[in-house]
Design a binder for this molecule. Structure first.
Ligand code: HEM
Length: 181
């Protein structure tokens, strides 16, 4: 994935646990400590960093991914990509509805991008159903955190439940997102 993803992880860990902890995580993952935002790194580096952080911080990898998703929506998106996010939408549903278009638009800047794909299905008054497609495995907890973070960002706390996991017959994960006010 692009270095901006690993850099955002570095920022989260250094903010919450300090630079020394990040140094240990990078050493354990056998990577550099810093990443060039516009350089494409092998996905294995990102997964190795999560696995190393899980050991160093003694937190399950899925919990870390969920926390990282929340941090991305609440901090990285609004602070580093304010204009892009603002042009995508102004609430959870509009952002998710326009997200594929947004990831496609940034492909000019990130030509090797392999973005995810999101579909929003209106369910009923209790919330929406979100279909998430990716060429990658194991990122569902990251998506849960991203969705929860968007809920908090827009003042409509989201209760996110994974309804089903992708299979050969259904090539996407399904999440129910209950949106409060
Ligand atoms: C705010 C601006 C955003 C920017 C600039 C951005 C950009 C990116 C980039 C560069 C990647 C790495 C993909 C790759 O290197 O191949 C990525 C991955 C991803 N993005 Fe975004 N993104 C943004 C917001 C969001 C939001 C709001 C969501 C969901 C609610 C989201 C969902 C994802 C997911 C799940 C991935 C992981 C890749 C995968 O699932 O295969 N992004 N994004």
């Amino acid at each position: 994935m692009y270095g901006m993803i690993n850099e955002a992880m570095r920022r989260l860990v250094t903010e919450t646990s300090g630079e020394q902890v990040w140094s240990r995580i990078a050493a354990r993952a056998d990577t550099t400590e810093h990443f060039a935002m516009l350089h494409y790194y092998d996905d294995a580096i990102t997964y190795d960093l999560v696995a190393a952080a899980s050991i160093e911080l003694e937190i399950p990898a899925d919990d870390l991914l969920r926390g990282f998703g929340h941090y991305w929506s609440m901090r990285v998106g609004p602070e580093n990509y304010r204009d892009i996010l603002g042009a995508t939408g102004t609430d959870v549903i509009s952002v998710l509805t326009n997200l594929d278009e947004m990831h496609a638009r940034i492909q000019d800047l990130y030509p090797d991008l392999r973005p995810p794909s999101f579909e929003v299905h209106a369910v009923d008054g209790s919330g929406i159903e979100v279909h998430y497609r990716s060429v990658r495995e194991g990122l569902a907890p990251f998506v849960v955190g991203l969705l929860e973070g968007l809920g908090d960002l827009y003042g409509t706390p989201a209760v996110v439940t994974q309804v089903s996991q992708k299979t050969a017959a259904q090539p996407y994960d399904v999440f129910h997102v209950g949106l409060g006010t």
